[in-house]
Structure formats: structure tokens, C-alpha cells
Design a protein around this ligand. Structure first.
Ligand code: PAF
Length: 284
């Protein structure tokens, strides 16, 4: 497995791969890899010939009071894990390689309608930072397929929209969330939690499951009431909920009773740690 630090070196070898008829799978990450990330790489390995995992903690998607400085870094362990599942290439540029003029760019990629909702309301500019870096990675790597976790459902929806709207010739593949036995969604930010806090945080998935069950088992339920009930449960468990919203799968707007494709999304703080999760439901 080759580690690349510069865009030029990576591009040169990706061109060779493409010239040899190999399809390219891209897995963008910020490192500190867990089984969730590895499941993306494993799927890429099945579907593509040449796999590039990027490890870049993107300053442009962190707000001024967020955890950029403390974001967990584990490069050696990450590369060992990637090598063990036959990843071909790791692109791990430094900040200057990606943002030679600093991360406050004049050119931004933005999907305003979807980016200001839910997590975007509490993290202004976050999704512009995500959209801009993934667009840069798409143009640097020109992959056939790119893999993202469904845990970041809003991010995945926004990236699908930007790829569609900008006619970028690649397929975005969403991969199901990996969970601990408690149900807690795997996340690099779980590293900030103690064992006890991890148990506490499992309330997020429990609340999502309970709400999904309620929606599946009875018709005509009041969505706002269900959301409030879940918010209360999350607070009682000692978390500070940001939102708990029953939404339409594609627009992420509040769901209507007639909608058949729903996603329930939630975000909450446990201490300083922001946690997110979601569950999708389809009615036939
Ligand atoms: O989901 C992430 O880890 C990041 O938002 C991504 C997609 C790698 C962009 O920095």
C-alpha cells in the first residue's frame, strides 16, 4: 500500500491505473479509523479495482469553537488497518497541499437548501467545508465510485445532491452504520466518551428505534408529539439534545403524514461531545 502526500504523485499513479483499465474507488475519511470506515473500504474493495482512502482532517468544516485541535489522530494504526484489508493507496496530504492559501477559500461548493437544516443550523458553514473538500477530492482522484457512511445521513444526502447537480461522473455509495452491541453508532468522536458515557449515549439509537416502531405500528400519529417524547427521553438520560426530527428521506424537510420514505435524525451533546444518528423507514 502506497502513501501519497502530494496531489501530483497521487494523480500520476491514478492516471496509470485508469490507463490500465482499472476502476477507482475513493473512501474519504478524517482518519482515526474504526470498523465503520473499514466497512466502506471493504465494500470499495469488492466493487472497484484500485482503492484510495484519504486521511485529511479538514479544517474548513470545523467551526471556531469545535474540536479541530483535539480531533483524534492515529495515522500509524489507520495505515496498518488499511493495509490489512488490501487498500491500495492512502492519500494523506498536509493542510498546505490542499489549501495553499489557507482554508478560508474564495471558491466554495455549497448546497444551501440542505446544508442549513438539522446539523447545519447548529454548525454554520460545516457542510460548505464538507462539500468543498469532497469536490476537491473528487476532482483530484476522479473516482468511479465514492463511499460514505449512512451514519452521516445529512452529509450523504448533500453529497449525492452536489454530485448530481454538478454532473460529476461518479456514483456515491452509502454504507450502513456499524454499531456497538449497545446500539451506539460507531464514530471517531466516541473516543471522547468514557465506558459509562457510551452506555448513556445508546439512548439515541433506542429513541430512534422506539420512534420508528411507533410509526410502523400505528397510523395517524402526531410527529411533533413523537419528536418531543424522544427529546425528553434523551434529556432524562443526561444528554443535551439538539434535534430529533422525522423528515422526508430526500428533502430532509419535516415529514408529512402522506410521505412513505422517512428518515428520523437526531443530534445531541454528551458533555462537549456532539453525537448524531439516524434510522430510515419505508412504508409500502
Ligand atoms: O465524514 C467525514 O469523515 C468527513 O466529513 C469527510 C467526508 C471525510 C470530509 O472531510
Amino acid at each position: 500500500m502506497q502513501i501519497y502526500r502530494t496531489i501530483a504523485d497521487l494523480r500520476q499513479d491514478l492516471k496509470l491505473a485508469r490507463d490500465n483499465g482499472l476502476s477507482i474507488g475513493l473512501v474519504p475519511t478524517m482518519g482515526n479509523l474504526h470498523e465503520g470506515h473499514l466497512s466502506l473500504v471493504k465494500m470499495a474493495r469488492k466493487q472497484c479495482d484500485f482503492i484510495v482512502t484519504t486521511i485529511f482532517i479538514n479544517p474548513a468544516q470545523f467551526g471556531p469553537n469545535e474540536d479541530l485541535q483535539n480531533y483524534p489522530r492515529s495515522f500509524e494504526d489507520d495505515t496498518t488497518a488499511l493495509e490489512s484489508i488490501n487498500c491500495d493507496a492512502v492519500f494523506a496530504p498536509n493542510i498546505e497541499e490542499i489549501y495553499p492559501f489557507g482554508p478560508r477559500l474564495e471558491t466554495l461548493v455549497t448546497v444551501p437548501s440542505l446544508s442549513q437544516l438539522l446539523c447545519g443550523a447548529s454548525r454554520p458553514g460545516h457542510f460548505d467545508g464538507v462539500c468543498t473538500i469532497v469536490t476537491k477530492l473528487f476532482t483530484i482522484c476522479q473516482p468511479d465510485k465514492a463511499y460514505f457512511g449512512e451514519k452521516d445521513y445529512q452529509q450523504l444526502t448533500i453529497i449525492k445532491k452536489l454530485v448530481h447537480d454538478l454532473n460529476i461522473p461518479l456514483e456515491i455509495i452509502g454504507i450502513p452504520t456499524q454499531r456497538e452491541t449497545s446500539g451506539l453508532a460507531l464514530s471517531s468522536r466516541n473516543n471522547y466518551l468514557s465506558a459509562e458515557q457510551k452506555q448513556q449515549a445508546a439512548i439515541l439509537y433506542q429513541s430512534l428505534l422506539q420512534t420508528a416502531d411507533a410509526l410502523k405500528n400505528s397510523s395517524g400519529l402526531n410527529f411533533a408529539k413523537l419528536e418531543n417524547k424522544a427529546l425528553q427521553k434523551i434529556s432524562i438520560a443526561g444528554l443535551q439534545p439538539d434535534y430529533f426530527s422525522i423528515c422526508h428521506t430526500n428533502t430532509l424537510l419535516p415529514a408529512k403524514p402522506s410521505d412513505t420514505e422517512l428518515v428520523i435524525l437526531t443530534a445531541a451533546y454528551l458533555g462537549e461531545t456532539r453525537l448524531i444518528d439516524n434510522i430510515s423507514i419505508t412504508f409500502s
